[in-house]
Design a protein around this ligand. Structure first.
Ligand SMILES: [Zn+2]
Length: 191
């Protein structure tokens, strides 16, 4: 008989090593994005996907929680960088409602897929900052899923500000250097 147990979100320990080596506060958005893109690059070296994200305090630039794409090693389609960073931020701060602790920004190396777009709306995040565009992600074979064409305006209508194409070229570089598994389920169903 099957016996199910808790599912634990895996947080690779080298994330702590990475965080210990950067400044705990990154006041400029380019510094925050550079750190996140660097994290995506390191994640690929550890067998993860070419995506990273982090939640920062919007005012001070303090790093609250990082996240990396761990779908393949973690054997779960939930484990996207944005989901991991947001879940870890909620656990770190102690609530599913980040807005009750201040204004927080999600910096992500690539624009959010349909899953991450859904999750981030339930977290009370104040803003998101994206590196690569969705078309850059799709150019290497990943799928962004079913999203409204006006998802940016949709987030803005909900009070979440969106900044796109921050250090896009550097984010694309990581995507294009990736030689690991492309877990696009649509590819599996194609004849
Ligand atoms: Zn995602």
């Amino acid at each position: 008989m099957k016996r199910w147990q808790d599912i634990v979100l895996p947080i690779p320990d080298w994330l702590n090593t990475w965080a210990a080596e950067i400044s705990p506060t990154l006041p400029e958005v380019d510094q925050r994005m550079a750190a996140v893109i660097d994290l995506a690059r390191i994640n690929v070296q550890h067998g993860g996907g070419p995506f990273a994200a982090a939640v920062f305090d919007q005012t001070s630039g303090e790093l609250i929680a990082p996240g990396v794409n761990w779908v393949v090693p973690g054997k779960s389609s939930l484990l996207h960088a944005e989901v991991m960073a947001l879940a870890l931020a909620e656990q770190t701060l102690g609530s599913y409602e980040l807005a009750s602790y201040g204004s927080f920004e999600l910096v992500t190396s690539a624009e959010p897929c349909c899953q991450c777009l859904g999750v981030l709306q339930w977290t009370g995040i104040a803003s998101i900052v994206c590196g690569a565009r969705s078309e850059d992600v799709e150019a290497i074979g990943f799928d962004e899923g079913q999203r409204a064409a006006d998802w940016v305006q949709g987030l803005q209508r909900r009070g979440i500000s969106v900044t796109r194409e921050v250090m896009r070229a550097q984010a694309i570089e990581v995507l294009q250097s990736y030689r690991g598994e492309i877990y696009n389920s649509r590819l599996l169903t194609k004849p």
